[in-house]
Design a protein around this ligand. Structure first.
Ligand code: CDP
Length: 225
């Protein structure tokens, strides 16, 4: 598969800061941003709400056929509806990985993601950007941070949204999500060949954005001249 536009593929475990950083870097460099986690969250939210269990079979196939996701400039529509708030809930945090592990779910979201790589220079973040969706990406980053730092960041985010969870609960959900995402056979979370690993433990958001932007813009210059 060839990437028509310049693509920066960012992968990494839950809460490593991918979406915060990717969004900021894309805006800084005048690129588009694709949050693929939101697509999996939306589809999981829809299936769970309709009481479809995370199992392959005719029921799953029929339910998936009824789901449409449309990617907008800043967000997405699930069957025409904005579900931006609903998909960030602790409930969706705890169920999304079991749906994302299903090949039928991943297949449903394949072309909608790849299409985004043809529209214009793109920063895309998720779990399989560099390995499956954009294997020819111009630059691949694997973003990490320790479990504890990731849990603390996610806890702050959830508290800001008024969710009352303990540090231990958040840490456990993050670890469980990483386990399921890494152990699944369909597009498991792993560092793509040739990916640059970046650990954000000791970096502020501004420092991480600056480092990421410098890696991507340098690669962009070398590709576009
Ligand atoms: O923001 P955070 O890293 O916590 O998660 P996310 O990017 O919103 O992704 C939510 C979940 O969707 C992940 O835990 C994966 O189970 C799934 N996902 C995936 O399987 N493949 C992707 N490309 C993106 C997300």
């Amino acid at each position: 598969m060839t990437c028509v536009s310049f693509v920066a593929a960012i992968d990494g475990p839950a809460g490593a800061g991918k979406s915060t950083l990717a969004r900021k870097v894309a805006s800084l460099l005048g690129m588009r941003y694709l949050d693929t986690g939101a697509l999996y969250r939306a589809i999981a939210f829809s299936l769970y709400s309709r009481q479809v269990l995370p199992e392959e079979g005719p029921e799953m196939d029929a339910a998936i056929d009824d789901i449409s996701v449309e990617i907008l400039e800043d967000g997405l529509l699930l069957n025409g509806k904005d579900v931006g708030k609903e998909i960030r809930s602790p409930l969706v945090d705890s169920i999304v990985s079991s749906y994302a592990a299903l090949p039928s779910v991943r297949k449903h979201l394949l072309s909608v993601q790849r299409e985004q790589g043809k529209i214009g220079a793109l920063v895309a973040d998720g779990r399989d950007m560099g390995t499956v969706i954009f294997p020819d990406a111009n630059v691949k980053i694997f973003l990490t941070a320790s479990d504890e730092v990731r849990a603390k960041r996610r806890l702050l985010e959830l508290r800001e949204r008024g969710e009352d969870l303990s540090y231990e609960e958040v840490l456990q959900t993050i670890r469980e999500r990483d386990r399921v995402d890494s152990e699944r056979s369909a597009a498991p979370l792993r560092k793509a060949e040739g990916a640059i690993e970046m650990n954000t433990d000791a970096l502020s958001i501004e420092e991480a954005v600056a480092e990421l932007a410098s890696i991507i813009s340098e690669r962009k210059r070398s590709v576009t001249g």
